[in-house]
Design a protein around this ligand. Sequence first.
Ligand SMILES: [Zn+2]
Length: 135
Amino acid sequence: VGNQKCPFCGIASGQEQANLVYDDGRVMAFLPLQLAAYGHVLVVPKEHHETLWDLDEELLTDLMSASKTLTERFRERLGATGFNILHASGADAQQSVPHFHLHLLPRFPFDGIDAWPPLAALNVDRETLSERLRG
Ligand SMILES: [Zn+2]
């Protein structure tokens, strides 16, 4: 089952090696190849889904619940004083691996990480934009 060429499906099926830190049957978490912070993990559904648009509510709940558990471990076991959750859906959002994942980055005092770089401010008609987005 799963996408043959997908590295995360390979990890889910046990064909690819990974430093697993969490597995509840539907969601797993493991260390990425390149750690951007001490304790950086990827939280991933074991089934292949590409983006947030492709997830049902139940799986989304499982992913957030697993993320919460892991952030508790950051605090209790690593002494983290905060964390970031980073995500990209879609190639235009710089998604690298097309299998849904959340980056969890534990944060520590003076760790020197900028996980929230400044973005240029956009000048737009705020009223029109709000109208387009309102439910
Ligand atoms: Zn996959």
